[in-house]
Write a protein that binds this ligand. Structure first.
Ligand SMILES: NC(=O)c1ccc[n+]([C@@H]2O[C@H](COP(=O)([O-])OP(=O)(O)OC[C@H]3O[C@@H](n4cnc5c(N)ncnc54)[C@H](O)[C@@H]3O)[C@@H](O)[C@H]2O)c1
Length: 430
């Protein structure tokens, strides 16, 4: 294809497109639910003419979502939801093979990141800007709200992929500022079960192992935050032979962790015990100087929460005697005054994306099937939805679960009419 006919783009290297294409195809083979939706979309074109802007991790799985939305008739422009998560070869493939406007380079600085997000909103107010936004962290929709004006008038709605994004959007909603409907893909039952728990559980540990080559067995692994994602990490860490300690601020979650058999203690107590620390709270500065001061020599610090604010990096730098020293591609060693060394993985950014490949395609199959169907719902019914955060429809959630089971070759029973009736009635127990 002649370069002149390419869409606007800012990617690292178009010559990587063939490698990217191979990666996208490999992922496609593990995304059967999305493939079924793509076939239906190609047949019926339910998104014909719709303009979509997506701020998602630019990975092979996302490329398959983009192709599904394209098959439905939509045009998609894409930027990255994290400066370190972009697969440059995939970005190149999307530009060259699919003529998608992609603005994402792995390692882009924060200013470039912001420019890329803003560029996706260009044309708004002139009937060429996005009608639907897809977010993973809400940066796109938040930027649209900050800019205001014509952008918001053209928006049918958005979708949100992660907890942190929903927290931000609900704050905006509570302040009376959210101006369009947003579908909380992250809170679908299928998403919670597969993505947050199994996807984060496996891939966060994968990132830690790839970055450091550490043996999980025999080490004490401290998981800070026992939400959906933290539960998955704790479960996988224990399965790999780690001794797991959980730190929480929510008494019920802490109780759940204790009843699941983990040691539960304060983060200060855990600081002295851990070999590997993983923050996954969605909060900020959950591990800081007072923790670093107590940690063992050689401790590994990783974050699996959305933003790089969970480990207090400023305090780490302040405590260290010199600047962080790169000891492996994604490991920086900080030496403290008494000679102890703490190892920061992936600059404190979300470790499963920065140091590994994010969730496996089999997991993203479900997440992106939900995304594709949520976009379809917005096109069909977005105008009826008031501004605010809305759940994925239970029918869509069940359908995605059903299709995934089918793809896994699993069959299940259906309740009998009598059982349905019994469940819905509140009469005598017998
Ligand atoms: N890496 C990934 O692929 C991935 C996947 C899913 C979610 N996330 C991100 O991980 C974070 C958590 O997501 P979640 O869905 O598990 O959220 P969640 O709300 O279910 O769980 C967060 C937990 O952290 C606890 N917590 C908050 N502050 C704490 C503190 N100071 N110390 C200890 N515990 C604390 C909360 O009580 C809660 O139980 C969010 O930033 C989310 O966006 C990342």
């Amino acid at each position: 294809m002649a370069r002149a006919s390419l869409p606007a783009h800012d990617v690292a290297d178009l010559s990587l497109a063939d490698e990217g294409e191979a990666r996208v195809r490999w992922a496609a083979g593990q995304m059967p639910v999305l493939a079924q939706i793509r076939e239906r979309f190609a047949d019926r074109r339910p998104l014909q003419g719709i303009r979509i802007a997506a701020c998602l991790h630019v990975t092979a799985e996302t490329a398959n979502l983009v192709r599904t939305l394209n098959a439905g008739g939509a045009s998609v422009a894409l930027c990255s939801a994290n400066p370190l998560s972009t697969q440059d070869d995939v970005a190149a493939a999307l530009v060259l093979s699919d003529r998608v406007e992609v603005r994402a380079r792995r390692g882009e600085d924060i200013d470039t990141y912001g420019e890329h997000v803003r560029a996706l909103l260009a044309g708004a107010g002139e009937a060429t800007g996005p009608q639907i936004t897809l977010d993973d962290g809400a940066d796109l929709l938040m930027t649209a709200h900050v800019r205001g004006g014509g952008i918001l008038d053209e928006l049918i709605g958005g979708t949100e992929e992660t907890t942190t994004g929903l927290v931000r959007l609900r704050r905006l909603q509570d302040a009376g500022g959210l101006r369009c409907p947003v579908i909380a893909v992250n809170e679908a039952r299928t998403e919670r079960a597969l993505n947050d728990r199994h996807g984060t559980g496996q891939s966060a540990l994968d990132g830690i192992v790839r970055a450091s080559n550490v043996l999980l067995a025999g080490n004490t692994i401290v998981v800070v935050g026992y939400g959906w994602a933290g539960q998955g990490i704790a479960e996988r860490a224990r399965g790999a032979g780690g001794a797991v300690i959980v730190c929480e601020v929510d008494p019920l979650r802490a109780l759940e962790a204790r009843m699941a058999g983990y040691e539960v203690m304060t983060s200060l107590q855990a600081a002295e015990r851990g070999d590997i620390f993983i923050t996954v709270t969605g909060s900020r500065r959950v591990l800081g100087a007072r923790h670093f001061e107590r940690m063992k020599d050689g401790a590994l610090l990783a974050n699996a929460g959305h933003f790089d604010v969970e480990l207090d990096l400023a305090e780490l730098a302040e405590l260290a005697v010199g600047p962080g020293r790169s000891v492996r591609p994604l490991v920086e060693e900080y030496e403290l005054a008494d000679g102890r060394r703490l190892n920061l993985l992936a600059h404190g950014r979300v470790v499963n994306l920065a140091a590994a490949e994010g969730h496996p395609a089999q997991v993203m199959d479900v997440s992106f099937a939900l995304q594709a169907l949520a976009v379809e719902q917005l096109v069909l019914r977005g105008a009826e939805l008031p501004p605010g955060v809305h759940p994925v429809s239970p029918a869509v959630d069940r359908e995605v679960g059903r299709l995934k089971l089918l793809a896994l070759g699993v069959r299940i029973d259906e309740p009998t009419v009598e059982q349905e009736h019994y469940r819905e009635s509140w009469g005598p127990l017998a």
